[in-house]
Design a protein around this ligand. Structure first.
Ligand code: NAD
Length: 252
């Protein structure tokens, strides 16, 4: 891996995104984190690299094309461009810790989930392509979900639809940009213990655990390790695919 590649991880102030940022920094990437929580971005940057030499953070809403474009411009000035994009920013609204049935889901909530989880990934992917195409190298990884692969116990239909949309978008984009040296893949995590997973409560996570053959819930590093492989040189023949990370819960 050439030394100076730069990775942008969206929604990376905490949880899975922060772990991916930590992992890729350790692998020699310059790392850019963005999130809507400005204070959280500042704290995350500080804890990753106090010198700020190889890490940069910016408050950015992935739904807002202008906000993403300004982030990308700032990255071009500091690091020269984005070689790796991890579309990680996402929400999974709960009502008293539970998924809302379709009949009780407001269309405004449906739109917000699609807008952040799917349209946000589209906007970020679109805006990083010019640099990747001119470099003739790029990696895009979408953080989808097991909810896109099977009926979800915990997430709502809007979340499942947005995450399934990421899989379909990745396949189409992978076919488009393969000739440019860019790969596009997805990971579909099962239950991973983060602030998002905590919102479902202990009982829901305990129920989930009963369905996991390896007998533990996932941790953010389980996802970060697979992402690190997908963005590596060794993964150049993988594109348009999805890797399930769930301790075996999808197969049973
Ligand atoms: P998290 O809530 O800890 O992290 C999500 C981050 O995205 C937050 O920091 C949030 O502020 C940020 N974000 C939300 N809206 C944004 C926006 N419009 N623009 C920029 N940033 C925004 O959750 P997590 O569990 O770490 O989830 C990370 C990703 O992994 C999400 O896409 C989630 O759907 C996916 N995922 C999580 C699990 C799990 O069990 N935790 C399972 C499957 C998939």
């Amino acid at each position: 891996m050439p030394a100076a590649k730069t990775a942008l991880i969206t929604g990376a102030r905490r949880g899975i995104g922060f772990e991916i940022a930590t992992k890729l920094l350790g692998q020699g990437f310059a790392v850019v984190i963005c999130d809507t929580d400005a204070e959280g971005v500042g704290k995350a940057v500080q804890s990753l690299d106090k010198s700020g030499q190889r890490v940069m953070g910016q408050c950015c809403d992935v739904r807002d094309e202008a906000s993403v474009a300004s982030l990308i411009q700032a990255v071009e000035v500091k690091f020269g461009g984005i070689d790796v994009l991890v579309n990680n920013a996402g929400i999974s609204p709960k009502h008293n810790g539970k998924r809302a049935p379709v009949a009780q889901t407001d269309v405004s909530e449906w739109r917000e989930v699609l807008d952040i989880n799917l349209t946000g990934a589209f906007i970020c992917s679109k805006l990083v392509l010019p640099h990747m195409k001119s470099a003739r190298w790029g990696r895009i990884v979408n953080i989808s979900s097991q909810a896109a692969r099977t009926a979800s116990m915990i997430a709502g239909a809007h979340y499942a639809a947005s995450k399934a949309g990421m899989l379909a978008m990745a396949r189409t984009l992978a076919a488009e940009v393969g000739p440019d040296g860019i790969t596009v893949n997805c990971v579909a995590p099962g239950r991973i213990m983060t602030p998002m997973a905590d919102e479902a409560g202990e009982q829901a996570n305990a129920e989930y655990l009963k369905r996991i053959p390896v007998n533990r819930l996932g941790v953010p590093a389980d996802v970060a390790n697979v992402v690190a492989f997908l963005v590596s040189e060794e993964a150049s023949f993988l594109t348009g695919t999805v890797i399930d990370i769930n301790g075996g819960s999808l197969m049973i």
